[in-house]
Design a protein around this ligand. Structure first.
Ligand code: FEO
Length: 391
């Protein structure tokens, strides 16, 4: 990956990971990702902002050579997660004069996760500044985007906000700026869903904290730089708001077709009522896309057959995911088929029990869904339509 100039004295020196397809062994990355790292030169001091995932350490070092970074005085470490901090041990070994600059909460995490010693650190508090000579870094703590120790850095003279995961997107692209790249908005929404959504309230507070800062550019540590920052700021404001849209997300699985008949019928009936329906067949789906739809869907309906008296394990997984991601979804229901009994409703209701969801009467049928079962699906679609009138 080449060094890319953002402006005089501010360069991108991170790495693109075109082929990575899974993050945390959990999150699909259909578009790859990037680990953005930035080199900022003042008249007196040079700062590296975040490092890269250890898998791309060589690319970072090659870029530092290309950038002719003879010395690095500070390494600003916004976040202890290893996709940004994992190359720190090698970077501080290569630049023995460099001091790690991080929040007070990040320091013990970094020491524990990376086995680093105490003397290389300088901790900063909310609002602290660092003079580089003609350039000033201001540190702003932004807890829970998405770990407790996270902070961002504002380069005052250039009005650039270095935001690490905040406003990021898993999108490998040679285009430096979001206005040049394609698909950034959707990738950022998907990223928000997967990483940030469980912390919606805290993210809202962090957005308010940034509201009075004049920002020309937001440079995250994943994906392209937001050269029109209002677009991503407005998107985040919408995503963290309480507003939901006229949409039903339907995670489902079907073993012998009965549940699928019910889901297909529900999709048709919702469509007839002017409601957007998004079915996701769980054994084949990309859960990142489902998560992105959960960002603003008013309703979720889980479709499942019965396996050993319980919902199908994939339906349990989907419910677990919904419970963990904590979407602002308001209504929920369950549809599916069983052979001789089971406790589908109890099991799924317990999993999502911590969410403030209103449960709409589930539709479970014995065996293949006959006409009376499909009429119950019609009634479910009617009730969802009535509920959605209140949005
Ligand atoms: Fe991109 Fe939370 O690390």
């Amino acid at each position: 990956m080449a060094v890319r100039k953002i402006k005089d004295g501010v360069r991108a020196v991170g790495a693109i990971d075109w082929s990575r397809r899974l993050f945390d062994e959990l999150i699909p990355l259909p578009e790859g990702t990037s680990y953005n790292s930035y080199l900022v030169d003042g008249k007196n001091k040079t700062v590296l902002i975040d490092t890269v995932d250890p898998a791309k350490r060589d690319a970072l070092f090659a870029n530092l050579v290309e950038a002719d970074a003879a010395k690095i005085d500070y390494i600003v470490t916004h976040h202890a997660e290893q996709d940004h901090s994992g190359s720190l041990p090698e970077v501080i070994a290569a630049f023995p004069e460099a001091t790690i600059v991080c929040s007070g909460k990040a320091k013990p995490l970094l020491m524990d996760l990376l086995d680093l010693s105490d003397e290389r650190f300088m901790t900063v508090a909310d609002g602290d500044t660092l003079d580089l000579g003609g350039r000033t870094l201001r540190f702003i703590t932004t807890p829970w985007v998405h770990w407790p120790e996270t902070m961002v850095t504002y380069l005052e003279e250039d009005k650039i906000l270095f935001s690490c995961d905040f406003f990021g997107s898993h999108l490998a692209a040679t285009d430096l700026m979001a206005s040049q790249a394609t698909g950034v908005y959707h990738a950022a929404k998907r990223y928000y869903a997967e990483i940030m959504m469980p912390f919606r309230g805290q993210i809202n507070r962090n957005l308010e904290k940034l509201a009075d800062i004049e920002i020309n550019m937001i440079a995250p540590s994943h994906g392209p730089i937001h050269d029109k920052p209002e677009l991503i700021l407005d998107a985040y404001r919408l995503w963290v708001s309480d507003a939901v849209v006229n949409k039903v997300v339907i995670p489902y699985v079907s073993m012998h077709g009965s549940t699928e008949v019910m889901v297909d019928h529900l999709v048709d009936e919702l469509t007839r009522r002017g409601i957007t329906a998004k079915p996701y067949f769980l054994s084949r789906t990309d859960i990142g896309e489902m998560a992105a739809d959960l960002v603003d869907a008013a309703t979720v309906v889980i479709g499942t057959p019965t396996v050993l008296a319980n919902p199908h394990p994939l339906a349990i997984y989907a419910a677990t995911l919904v419970a963990a991601l904590k979407p602002k979804t308001r209504f929920a229901s369950i549809i599916g088929s069983y052979g001789w009994g089971g406790k589908t409703i109890e099991t799924l209701s317990t999993i999502v029990g911590g969410l403030p969801l209103e449960l709409i009467e589930p539709v479970l049928v014995k065996g293949y869904p006959r006409e009376d079962a499909l009429e119950r699906i019609d009634a479910l679609a009617d009730e969802i339509a009535e509920k959605h009138k209140t949005l």
